[in-house]
Design a protein around this ligand. Sequence first.
Ligand SMILES: Nc1nc2c(c(=O)[nH]1)N[C@H]1C(S)=C(S)[C@@H](COP(=O)(O)O)O[C@H]1N2
Ligand SMILES: [Mo]
Length: 410
Amino acid sequence: MSSTTVSRRDFIRLGTLGAAAANASTLHAAAAPARPPLLTPDADFQDVSRGSPKPHTLTGAAQAEARLTAETWRLEITADPFTEEPHTKVAATLDHPLTLADGSALDLPKLMELGRKHQVHFLKAMQCLNIDTPLGQGLWTGVPLREVLKLCGRMTNVRRIYFWGFHNNDPKQIFKSSVSYTQCMETAPGDLPVFLAYRLNGKPLSPERGGPVRMIVPWSHGYKSIKWLQHIFVTNDARNNDTYASGNNDPDSFLKTAAYVDTGPDKIKTGEPVFLTGQVISGLSGVKRVEYWLRRVEGNPAKLADDAPELLRGPWTPCELEAQPDWNSILPAGVSPQNVLGFNQASGRPNSWPPRYGMCSYMAVLKDLKPGHYELRARSVDLNDYAQPEPRPSQKSGKNSIQVRRFEVV
Ligand SMILES: Nc1nc2c(c(=O)[nH]1)N[C@H]1C(S)=C(S)[C@@H](COP(=O)(O)O)O[C@H]1N2
Ligand SMILES: [Mo]
């Protein structure tokens, strides 16, 4: 079995003092917790990487041999010979496959050359389907998959497009994912293409983030965004055989609208405010608001289910969403907000806030709490008025249960 590591789980508590401080009463401004920056630095993402050794730990000759440097990176694109009786009699074909064997595999300069004409930028929150904390958010830059596939000429009998990354030349370590033919080839106006990313926040992707090149599937959880991309194959097998499907996950899940709650001190002095902070991801159904519910408890109460009548009753009180930044000042040099997918071309502001498939911070300040034990919860409400974890409470299509923070006022 390959292993999955999660590191830097505490990234959310880092960052610079921002609006949180400004919103707090002046007396307690210093106590307002830090808010993470909207663009997570590459090194501050939580890492979810399989493989033994993990591909990003290779250095020197081993890294070059794995074709994981800018000079040695190559991408193969081939057709799967798969057929199946009685109906799938003809395999997928590509007029011009790109292979290492005949020297036609795509290199980084050629991919960047395509970028001169077709480059896209997208602000995406990376979120693991199986982890209940966002991993980070970045401005990803690259070339749509459909433009790369065009290099192969005519395709026939293709129903799905798969991709995998470097896996130590061990078939057991392959981590692969896929999109349907339509999702790859056709993007509705204003919608989002799958793309091959070679920059994060304006800089080359680090080895840990999947450099030199990773796939970015804007609407999905992290498992579709394959790191250390090296192979694309087109197939006439319509089934979704993503590696994640075998883990009982929903392998066609969209990101969920959900609020995640930061940890905080477990004891707070009487008279001091309690700062509730966290991040909210805008999934498929968008964000209408984030709200909190404070509950006084005695002793060690039983865990409340997400659909417990008490919890549904609340009362739930709206939190404050982080204000939009001056985009020109936080986007990398050379990227104007007008050119970011999902941003309005006239105003240079995202079509929604937080941007679709992106995230921002939220906060609430609670004051004058009497001594005692408390539970503090936050939940998102989507644009269809569904409160988290509805309308998709299944945790195998994304971890979105309502999070709780416990503390005592002393
Ligand atoms: N090749 C490869 N790509 C991969 C993975 C992997 O293990 N190998 N992990 C995936 C999963 S499950 C997630 S959640 C994201 C995490 O991206 P990050 O490490 O940049 O935060 O990468 C995805 N891409
Ligand atoms: Mo993941």
